[in-house]
Write a protein that binds this ligand. Structure first.
Ligand SMILES: O=c1ccn([C@H]2C[C@H](O)[C@@H](COP(=O)(O)OP(=O)(O)OP(=O)(O)O)O2)c(=O)[nH]1
Ligand SMILES: [Mg+2]
Length: 158
């Protein structure tokens, strides 16, 4: 059985579709903008804006929701989620909001009901932190940031 996601609809989301998986195999549920019908949000080129969804959610224990961009909006308009992936904590009981930024050259208008982002529900590992004096040795060691590049493959510039 799938874990249950509780959803509370705020008055300004009245009449809007709830997030839903568009296909059986979709990872994310699209989130729609709960802006006033009469006053769309306009994001100027280079500007950002917090878009309401009109929804409060109750995540299953041990889960988070990630707010991720829709690739179509990014490709066609340069509009993406600034803090992607946005983190909605399991214990958050405020309205889920989407922080969009317009990297495009033209202003972008968000109208009521527009699908602006997608929400992916993920399991979260919670850990206990143990401060240690020595950590176990590994082949990689402290190497990172391209340390395994040899410069011999054509996709692998030194
Ligand atoms: O895209 C997002 C990101 C966050 N949130 C909400 C849910 C999340 O649980 C809360 C806090 O988010 P985050 O921890 O990323 O922000 P913060 O700057 O660390 O704020 P806080 O001190 O409240 O944790 O804000 C959203 O609605 N949308
Ligand atoms: Mg935080």
């Amino acid at each position: 059985m799938k874990p249950r996601l509780g959803v509370l609809r705020l008055p300004h989301a009245e009449g809007l579709p709830l997030p839903a998986y568009e296909t059986a195999g979709s990872a994310g549920m699209d989130l729609v903008a709960a802006v006033e019908e009469a006053s769309p949000l306009r994001i100027g080129s280079g500007e950002r804006c917090l878009v309401p969804t009109g929804l409060v959610i109750q995540l299953p224990e041990g889960h988070e929701a990630q707010v991720r961009p829709r690739s179509g909006l990014a490709l066609k308009h340069g509009v993406t989620v600034l803090n992607a992936p946005g983190t909605v904590d399991q214990d958050y009981r405020g309205e889920v909001k989407v922080l969009l930024i317009n990297h495009g050259a033209e202003p972008f208008e968000i109208i009521r009901g527009m699908r602006i982002a997608q929400m992916v529900i993920c399991r979260v590992a919670m850990v206990d932190l143990h401060e240690m004096d020595v950590l176990n040795a590994t082949v990689r060691g402290a190497g990172g940031f391209g340390s395994t590049g040899t410069g011999r493959r054509k996709d692998d510039r030194p």
